[in-house]
Ligand binder design. Sequence first.
Ligand code: GAP
Length: 450
Amino acid sequence: MTQDARKVTMEKLVSLCKRRGFVFPSSEIYGGLGSCWDYGPLGTELKRNIKEAWWQTMVRERDDVVGLDAAIMMHPRVWEASGHVSGFTDPLVECKNCHSRYKATDLTTETCTICGGPLTEPRMFNLMFKTFMGPVEEAAAVVYLRPETAQGIFVNFDNVITTTRKKLPLGIAQQGKSFRNEITPGNFIFRTREFEQMECEFFVKPGTDEQWFKYWVEERFNWYVRFGIKKENLRLTPHPKEDLAHYAKACTDIEYRFPMGWSELEGIANRTDFDLKAHSAFSGKDLSYYDDVTNERYVPYVIEPSAGTDRSALAFLIDAYDEDIVQNETRVVLRLHPAIAPVKVAVLPLSRNEKLAPLSREIYNHLRHRFMTQFDDAQSIGRRYRRQDEIGTPLCVTIDFQSLEDKQVTIRERDSMAQIRVPIDDLESVITARLNGDNACRKTTSSGKT
Ligand code: GAP
């Protein structure tokens, strides 16, 4: 499908996110705060689901990765050792006329793109946010908000190896907030100054690093496909040698075809032994590893798959967005993978008639313990289906008057809109099967599509 053939645009998606409570501008009642966003009730569920899917795949389903949750503020020497104090900079230029600021490397002209005014010479601008620890604002009290979660992992390498008694190859995975004072944030939640990362530092024996690098590039690409991103909207872009970060021997980006063009979703880097050696030198703590199988001591190499949670959320939403025509009206539908969808099941009594209420509530109270479930009895059933389609709910359960007699309800499926009758006693197991991808009920007779 070409870019133009897709029905999604950034405007449509931002509007849906605001309208339905996925994402709001931060501090909106005060006019918002540049490039900061708040996740609303549905966005919060979506982001939790993404993190859960990542954690499940990266940690719980593997024997060779363990988890960590390090502090956001770390000893300032960490950032000297990592190279961030001296090197985590972007070239900043400013228009002498209207004072607009740009990252010099983003510009294709030598004048301001807003007013045509002349630009200052580039000066290097450090992207780390600084603050002070304790009550005195002095140089000795400066601490940084971490610009990546990775360093919390490197400084805990020895703690984790010692306490888990795990052998290499071993990954340490972490999710959490990172902060960068980006010169040009933008494109909604794509580039912000406060964002979440999902990173794994995978420690390996030097010499096996290139093979593990290939493995992780493939593994991470497949993760996005497993959770519903269309393959044709993903591609791998290796970095040319001259563009590699100071610590990297190789890096490949997983790029997604966002409405504004192909852009990085995740980077997989071969960080060599740079970080462990740097922290050994700066801290005086030996961070080498003793391999008791080969009786060798070495400083491990590190392969790092590093993903952005917010950027993933944007990609999942964009990829799921679709419009079709139902009963002569445009239906907006988020075709999200069930594991990613914020609400799994909506319980919808056919009407607000009081006879339907007790059974509907009973079913809702039962299902909500097993699945993220919504109850909605306002407006016509058709409009309620549309609302659930628009937020990506895979299944709706409808209770009608016949349900009171035959103890059966209707399950309506988001993508095909097919409906089947199911005994209430089987409801939980049928829903479980459907959410796990068992489409058996699609084969049964459909009783109309609304
Ligand atoms: N530890 C390596 C590292 O941080 P990175 O390529 O700078 O590498 C990794 O960041 C991922 O974090 C990116 O692929 C992106 O998904 C996300 N990310 C980075 N900066 C971001 C920002 N300003 N806003 C949102 N996500 C960002």
